[in-house]
Every structure is written in C-alpha cells, then in structure tokens.
Design a protein around this ligand. Structure first.
Ligand SMILES: [Fe+2]
Ligand SMILES: [Fe+2]
Length: 473
C-alpha cells in the first residue's frame, strides 16, 4: 500500500470527526458554485410545492387531505428555510433566491399547480416531483465535499429522511384514492411530468438539458385555487350554528367534564383556520417576505393539528364526530367577504383575545379539572401553540399599524363587518340550526355510564345574536 491508503489516524480512531475517510476527503471534484446551484434549484421546487399545497387546502373537501397538505406544506417550508440559510452562508446578498432557476422547472411546477383533479395532483406531487427532490438530495449528500461542505451534507441527509416519509404517506393516499378508470391517465400524466423534469436536466440540473420539452397539458389554465371552502360528506349540516360552545364553556354552572366535549368540538372546528390562512398566504404571495410565509405556515399547521386533537378527543370517548355538525361558515364568510389583510386582522384579533386569563388558560384549567388526562395534555400544548401564534401576529401583523391598540381595533372592526348570514342560511334551507348539544351530551353520558343532568341537557344557546367572543352581533 502506498500514498493515501497508508494515512493513519491516531490509534485508528475515526478520522475527520467521523465525516469520511481520507481517500474521499482529498477529492476535489466539488465546488461552492455547484453546491449553491443545486440548492437553489431544489429550493425553487420545494417552494412551489409549498405554495401549491397551500392553495389547494380550501377547495379540497377531504379532511385527511386538508390536514395532510397543511402538514406537508409546513415541512416544505422548513426545508426551504434551511436551504435559504445555507445559501446565505455561502453567498453575499442579493442571493437570487426569488429568481426562477430554470424555465423547464417552472413549467413542470405550473402543470402541477394547474392540474384539476385530486388523484392526478397527488400523483404529480408524491410520485414524481417529491421523489425526484429526494433523489436530488441524496445526490447532493453523496457529491458534496464531506469536510468543506459538511453543513450541506448534513442538511441534505435530513431532507432525504423527511422527504422519504412525505413520499410514503402521499403514496398511500394515491393507493387509497386511485380508481381503475383513472389508472391509465395518471400513468400518462406521471410520464409526462418525468419527461418534463428530464428535459430540464433533472431537479438539480445534474443531467443534460434538452432543448425541446414536452408540450404542456395545461398551458392556459389558472392554478387550482378557490376561496370557497369545501368539506367532504362526513361534514353534515356544516351551516349549523345552533349551538354556541363558548356560551357553555364560560358558564360557571356547567361541569368541567361536560365542558371538555365543547372544547373538543372547538378544536375540531378549527379546521376552518387553515382554510382562512391558506387564502391569506396565497393572496398576499410576494407582497410578504419568505419569513412571513414560513411562520404563518407553521401556524397553519398548528391549527390543523388542533383540529386533529379534537378528532382524537372524540375518538378517545368513542363518540362519532361526524354526527356533530362541524360548522364551516367562519372560513366561508371570511374567505368570501374580506380581503386578505382584513382576514389577517380578524385572525390576529381572535388569537390575541385568546391570550388573557379568560382564554387559553381557562380552557386549560377546565381540561385539568375535567378528569380527562387527554384533554389536559391537548390543552397544555394548544395553549403553548397559541402563545407562539400571538407572537407571530405581533411580529407580522401589528407593525403595519400605529399601535397594538389600533391593530386590535382594525381586526375587531373587520370581524364585525362579516355577515354571519345566520338567518339567510336558514331561510335558504341550508340548515335548521338544530340544537345538537342534547344528543352529544346524552351519548357522552351513556359512554360514561352516568345519567344526564337535566339542567346541562337543557343548554340551548345559539350563535344567532352572539359571535364566538360572546360579543353581541
Ligand atoms: Fe388553534
Ligand atoms: Fe392559533
């Protein structure tokens, strides 16, 4: 053995802090330029997937997909943020992160954002683009210099790991939803997207660029996006505002154990927050910097988790949540009646009002006294999340106004502007505003093996004259 093969570390300890062996470390076929170029291309694709997933949240009726998009949009946002930070460590500003690195990548991502059909969309994201992203991250991990570019190697390792999970879950969704009649079309669609990516030299630009990309399937369509929220068929009677859970929750006469039902209802109903936040983010777009989109995407995902905590809470009590009317008129009315800045004002106003003693602390106290350890656990974290959201609001919303007071007043004003349409929905035959509380309460009592308390059973307050902060309409 001669040369580098003879190189020895002290007592054969792992050399170079465990990064690699000396033969790999002396290779010089990597450059900072190459690292930045590949990262920027992956950054562009993940940013577009983030924005595309968000835009589909309101119009996607299926609850499991709404929450999945919320989750994966957030994960993409985290990856985008790490890449931006890494690029900023290697380059002086302007970093050029808002430029389109390759028009071929742009047209591929446009195709996906314009694709009209759910399974087709899922296939584009989870069986073509994100697996290709994962492969690009693996190549980056293998090709980047393990010592000189160690931060990039670490990041691509973590991204590969996370993208593997994302693609697995997305793949399961495709398996569940893909019908035989759509198989051929989805297969051709995937081939079409693969051909597009191949023509642009792969996501990371490591294969030869081709001059004539395939013809677009959706050259003229707009991206698939709507303000009007949709819900799947399990959301029965979604216009029903016949029960005011806050009125029950803040009434001293009722027992904590019964109030947790209203808390779980309120959590599950929070599915409307991702629907509103998705339109704020989509409509504001480039009017706000990336950091705004990052933090708001985290908050959007938290709200989807809060909805899932409600789902879990009911499941733990063996209560079928689909029998309870989960109201969606808050997101419907905000998304169709207000501008994105006004929607943000209402969101901030509500979140900020959750902070005083009467809000999240109170819900936590109720949960802690209810004897339901799951409710206590969930409210512990729900409270922590809301503290974060109030901070996000103070960073990104309040500075647009002269003072906190003015910022709050604007949100309050925007909220009072929203027509709840309580009577109109009833007149149009969309709901009877049935009081669903006695049913839910009776079921819960049966599960717990106790007799319903007549006074609690008789609770009958609606949203007709009051909004959720108990202000009179
Ligand atoms: Fe929440
Ligand atoms: Fe929140």
């Amino acid at each position: 053995m001669t040369g580098i093969e003879q190189y020895k570390s002290y007592r054969d300890l792992p050399s170079l802090a465990g990064l690699c062996g000396m033969p790999q470390a002396i290779k010089s076929d990597w450059s900072l330029d190459e690292s930045v170029t590949r990262l920027k291309r992956i950054h562009y694709v993940l940013r577009r997937i983030h924005e595309t997933l968000l835009a589909r949240i309101p119009g996607e009726p299926i609850y499991e997909l709404k929450t999945l998009y919320s989750h994966h949009a957030y994960l993409c946002a985290e990856q985008v943020t790490s890449i931006r930070r890494r690029v900023s460590e290697m380059r002086e500003p302007p970093l050029g992160l808002d430029k389109v690195p390759d028009s071929g990548l742009e047209s591929t991502l446009n195709e996906i954002s314009r694709c009209p059909e759910t399974v087709q969309f899922l296939a584009g994201v989870y069986s073509v683009v994100l697996p290709e992203c994962r492969a690009a991250c693996e190549r980056l991990r293998a090709d980047a210099h393990p010592v000189a570019d160690a931060p990039t190697v670490r990041m691509s390792k973590l991204m590969t790991y996370e993208l593997t999970e994302i693609c697995q879950t997305g793949g399961q969704c495709i398996d569940c939803l893909l019908s035989d009649e759509h198989k051929q079309m989805v297969c051709e669609w995937s081939q079409h997207l693969h051909a597009n990516l191949k023509a642009s030299g792969s996501i990371d630009g490591t294969t030869p660029h081709q001059d004539c990309p395939p013809e677009a399937w959706y050259p003229d369509e707009k991206k698939s996006y709507q303000h009007e929220p949709e819900r799947d068929e399990r959301f029965r009677d979604p216009y029903n505002a016949g029960v005011n859970p806050e009125a029950f929750l803040y009434n001293e006469q009722y027992a904590a154990a019964d109030k947790t039902l209203m808390i779980y209802y309120k959590r599950l109903r929070e599915l409307d927050v991702p629907e509103v936040m998705a339109t704020i983010l989509t409509d504001l777009g480039d009017a706000e910097p990336w950091e705004f989109h990052m933090e708001m995407s985290r908050q959007l995902w938290d709200e989807a988790r809060h909805a899932m905590m409600g789902e879990v809470g009911f499941a733990a009590q063996n209560i079928d949540w689909t029998e309870i009317p989960i109201n969606f008129t808050w997101s419907k009315n905000l998304n169709t009646q207000l501008t994105p800045r006004e929607r943000h004002g209402v969101l901030f106003f509500i979140e900020q009002s959750l902070m005083p003693k009467s809000g999240k602390r109170y819900e936590w106290e109720v949960a802690a006294h209810s004897g339901d350890p799951l409710a206590k656990l969930f409210q512990d974290f729900d409270w922590a999340d809301e503290v974060l959201h109030a901070q996000i609001g103070r960073r990104w919303y309040v500075p647009r106004y002269k003072s906190l007071k003015e910022a709050m007043a604007y949100g309050d004003k925007c909220w009072s502007q929203v027509l709840s349409n309580w009577q109109q929905y009833k007149d149009a035959g969309l709901t009877e505003h049935r009081n669903w509380w006695p049913d839910l309460y009776s079921k819960s009592c049966k599960q717990r093996g106790i007799a319903p308390d007549p006074h609690t059973l008789a609770f009958n307050e609606t949203y007709e004259q009051q909004r959720a902060d108990l202000e009179t309409l």
